[in-house]
Design a protein around this ligand. Structure first.
Ligand SMILES: Nc1ncnc2c1ncn2[C@@H]1O[C@H](COP(=O)(O)OP(=O)(O)OP(=O)(O)O)[C@@H](O)[C@H]1O
Length: 266
């Protein structure tokens, strides 16, 4: 699968937290130019996978190679070529946007002047130039999220990991980010995108990987997944089918019954 070079490979990746076996042997090769939509139910292990790939979680089994290097043995220079937009970023609240973005840029190995210039330009592109020197603690949720996204890509990474990146963004910003991703991929970048927003995943991904019960339960283009599951519907329908979730109406009814303290005996 894929025309470009292999940028990421997971071989028999396993992970457990105590007795909780989260990943049960993930095998996945990702090629340049792919936009992987990495989906799965709550608690499936999506964020855990991303954190392992980023070197933020240790104690996993199996082998991970990024740009051909085993991340356990690598000297971490590969990290300069990867970007990460985490689901819950520990952002340095007391720094200004300029200070934070410049700091992150420097961590990724770009010089201070370049980082600061890119920070200013990125903030201006998102119409946030007037708060460039304001503390992040004063920002709205969406403004913060934009800074987190900028901080994940300021160093021009080749492989970008995004974990629910559109959280809190307004409709206009969502359109910009979707287009930015598309253009980055056209220019040879690779994207690993984890999200629950199925219509976005359906639109932007050229390969969808579904994680369920610690394993890959489906892997292919949206069209391939549709064909394999004999479904005409949306990715959401396929997701529900593959995760064995078809009783949502019963669950909803039960929840409403409990809320209204009705006859429901559950
Ligand atoms: N540091 C940790 N210590 C203990 N258990 C953890 C830790 N991190 C994750 N887990 C557990 O691993 C499982 C997978 O969590 P993870 O956050 O990777 O799931 P996810 O697929 O990203 O879920 P969601 O869709 O809810 O974000 C969960 O059962 C979670 O409780």
């Amino acid at each position: 699968m894929g025309d470009g070079e292999k940028v990421l490979s997971m071989e028999n990746l396993t992970m457990h937290f105590g007795g909780n076996q989260v990943l049960r042997g993930i095998n996945l090769d990702v090629y340049q130019g792919q936009v992987i939509g990495y989906i799965g139910p709550n608690g499936a292990g999506k964020s855990t996978t991303l954190k392992i790939l980023l070197g933020l979680v240790e104690g996993y089994g199996g082998t991970v190679e990024i740009f051909g290097e085993n991340i356990k043995e690598s000297d971490h220079t590969y990290k300069r070529k990867i970007g990460y937009v985490p689901e819950n970023a520990d952002i340095y609240e007391n720094l200004t946007a300029d200070e934070y973005l410049t700091f992150v840029g420097e961590l990724y190995g770009i010089d201070r002047e370049t980082a600061s210039r890119k920070a200013r330009k990125l903030m201006a592109a998102f119409e946030m130039e007037d708060v460039l020197h304001s503390r992040i603690s004063s920002f709205s949720k969406g403004m913060r999220q934009k800074v987190i996204i900028m901080s994940g890509v300021i160093h021009d990474p080749d492989l970008i990991f995004l974990d629910e990146p559109l959280n809190g963004l307004d409709a206009n910003s969502v359109m910009i980010i979707k287009d930015v991703m598309e253009q980055l991929v056209e220019r040879g970048k690779t994207i690993f995108y984890s999200s629950h927003i199925m219509d976005v995943v359906e639109k932007i991904s050229n390969r969808i990987v579904l994680l369920a019960d610690g394993k890959i339960a489906a892997d292919g283009t949206f069209a391939e997944l549709r064909q394999a599951n004999e479904k005409e519907g949306s990715l959401e329908d396929i997701f529900n089918q593959l995760t064995g979730f078809d009783e949502y109406k019963d669950t909803a009814e039960q929840v409403v019954g409990i809320i209204m303290d009705g006859e429901d005996d559950a």
